[in-house]
Design a binder for this molecule. Structure first.
Ligand SMILES: Cc1cc2nc3c(=O)[nH]c(=O)nc-3n(C[C@H](O)[C@H](O)[C@H](O)COP(=O)(O)OP(=O)(O)OC[C@H]3O[C@@H](n4cnc5c(N)ncnc54)[C@H](O)[C@@H]3O)c2cc1C
Ligand SMILES: NC(=O)c1ccc[n+]([C@@H]2O[C@H](COP(=O)([O-])OP(=O)(O)OC[C@H]3O[C@@H](n4cnc5c(N)ncnc54)[C@H](O)[C@@H]3O)[C@@H](O)[C@H]2O)c1
Length: 459
């Protein structure tokens, strides 16, 4: 039995940084990984998808080259899937290797490869060995949910992980789930040249967003030729020659979609079912997420849970922020909390969505007097110049306190532009600070003061 000062399970977005702080403080740390170092974001999430989004964008621009007065010598635009995959693999491998080198450079850090299971509140088994520590940090992340739908065992389906191995273009990709993961892949593969159908059981795409966001994204995805089936719950699968029949329960349209490939993008589940949590007495909620307090302590003294597995966030930046919160409380005498953070994220379809704070629905339900400013991207000079005019900018403020409540920037550069608003929200400054700021011309951000100068009561 080997004793360490700390054990970290998982090398995702919190674990390695935490290992850095713990070893800097002179502690011995065992960090355990059963698959690839770097976890979901590096290997099967953000990095590979955003690299493919870039290839898809290049294909899209090339197809529209003529609109910009650019000639491509008469050839048709095609995609070399092997090359696009190789580019993606190079980005992923460089990041994964960088993470491995970083862990290897930490004095006092031991990277152990294998599946970890808690045996008690102070011990973990790995490859038949038992290791112990007084502090255990769980950073085990999550994986794609693959519900036991009828026929699912009879077909080969793809998830966000396995679709990344494709080296040939699917003829017709049926994406089950019209939310963050499904829509990013749908647009990537459509731009690569595949026929794409999205089957979404809800009445609109990305149901957590405002209706205008869902409607505009639907419009521009359909304009690219993606078929979207709403109110269409996927209920069964069956092999059909070389194709796969996807049975849908819907009020309109055909009861079946016939695809060459099926991607399941129906949500995620935490990797907590085979972690031995019950042996240590660590509590989970009804969906298997580890229950934590505002500073990420579990119900068991000496055990923390960080990242996707605690259900407090589902993004790389929330996992990393979890590391910052735990480190600040352990080492810096700084009582940082999860409740200090403002919700923010992107959806990397093109044009992207940048979100901060409340949605319009949340602002309406907050009981405040809310003002809203909105401007279509076709009225933003920079968007017109780039020929990328889909979308809008929407900002919500409190009429009484002048606080910025939230923003949805759906349009070219929206994923970057939203940070100007987010930072002022963190500064707790009134919206008038941005309204009076002089911004660079010509940018998308320069129109945010204009939006704030034209606020109206939220209907
Ligand atoms: C397709 C896709 C695209 C995404 N795009 C974005 C994006 O653009 N922006 C964004 O912010 N977020 C994005 N996300 C979400 C983001 O990837 C996750 O929120 C983030 O990776 C969570 O980090 P984590 O540290 O909690 O866990 P993970 O990164 O999942 O790491 C957990 C690690 O623990 C290991 N592990 C689990 N159980 C054990 C065990 N018992 N023993 C040993 N090791 C174990 C796993 O192998 C894994 O390596 C995306 C996700 C997906 C699926
Ligand atoms: N840009 C980003 O930051 C990014 C990108 C991808 C994923 N992620 C993270 O991953 C998480 C999971 O994403 P996701 O898109 O898989 O899950 P999700 O939970 O956001 O969406 C799942 C979708 O599948 C639909 N669905 C469920 N069952 C269905 C059925 N039987 N038939 C048809 N539709 C069905 C749901 O109605 C929902 O719209 C996100 O919450 C996000 O945090 C982030």
């Amino acid at each position: 039995m080997t004793k360490f000062d700390a054990i970290i399970v998982g090398t995702g977005q919190a674990g390695p940084s935490l290992a850095g702080r713990l070893t800097d403080a002179g502690m011995t740390v065992a960090i355990i990984e059963r698959h690839h170092v770097g976890g979901t974001c590096v290997n099967t999430g953000c990095k590979p998808t955003k690299t493919l989004v870039a290839s898809a964008y290049a294909a899209h621009l090339a197809r529209h080259a003529d609109d910009y007065g650019v000639t491509l010598g008469g050839g048709t635009v095609g995609i070399d899937m092997k090359k696009a995959k190789a580019r993606k693999d190079a980005v992923v491998n460089s990041s994964r290797n960088g993470n491995e080198r970083w862990l290897g450079s930490m004095k006092g850090c031991t990277l152990l490869r294998g599946h970890a299971r808690l045996e008690s509140a102070r011990s973990v088994s790995i490859n038949g060995e038992l290791i112990t520590a007084d502090r255990i940090f769980l950073n085990v992340g999550g994986r794609a949910s693959t519900p036991d739908l009828p026929g699912i065992k009879d077909i080969e389906y793809l998830t966000n992980s396995t679709i990344l191995d494709l080296e040939t273009l699917p003829k017709h990709l049926v994406v089950v789930g019209g939310s963050y993961i499904g829509l990013e892949f749908a647009q990537i593969y459509r731009r690569f040249g595949a026929e794409v159908t999205v089957v979404e059981k809800g009445p609109r795409l990305i149901g957590r967003e405002d209706e205008d966001v869902s409607a505009t994204i639907k419009e521009f995805l359909e304009a690219e030729g993606i078929r979207i089936r709403l109110n269409a719950e996927c209920i069964r699968f069956a092999p059909h020659g070389k194709e796969i029949a996807v049975g849908v329960d819907c009020t309109t349209g055909a009861p079946e979609e016939m695809g060459s490939h099926v991607l399941l993008a129906m949500g995620r589940q935490p990797n907590t079912d085979d972690l031995g949590l019950e042996k240590a007495g660590v509590a989970v909620d009804a969906r298997g997420y580890i229950t934590v307090d505002d500073q990420l302590r579990t119900n068991i003294d000496g055990i923390w849970a960080l990242g996707d597995c605690n259900g407090k966030g589902a993004f790389t930046h929330t996992a990393y922020n979890d590391f910052e919160i735990v480190a600040a409380n352990l080492f810096d005498n700084d009582p940082r909390r999860v409740s200090d953070r403002i919700s923010t994220y992107g959806l990397f379809v093109d044009p992207p969505l940048g979100r901060a704070g409340m949605t319009e629905a949340e602002a309406r339900n907050s009981g405040r007097r809310v003002l809203v400013g909105k401007r279509l991207m076709k009225n933003v000079g920079r968007a017109v110049e780039k020929g990328e005019t889909w979308g809008f900018m929407k900002v919500l403020v409190d009429a009484d306190t002048k606080e910025l409540l939230g923003a949805a920037i759906l349009g070219t550069g929206g994923d970057e532009v939203v940070h100007g608003i987010l930072d002022v929200m963190y500064a707790k400054a009134p919206y008038t600070v941005i309204q009076r700021a002089m911004h660079v011309h010509p940018t998308v951000s320069e129109l945010i003061p204009t939006v704030l100068g034209d606020l109206k009561p939220l209907a």
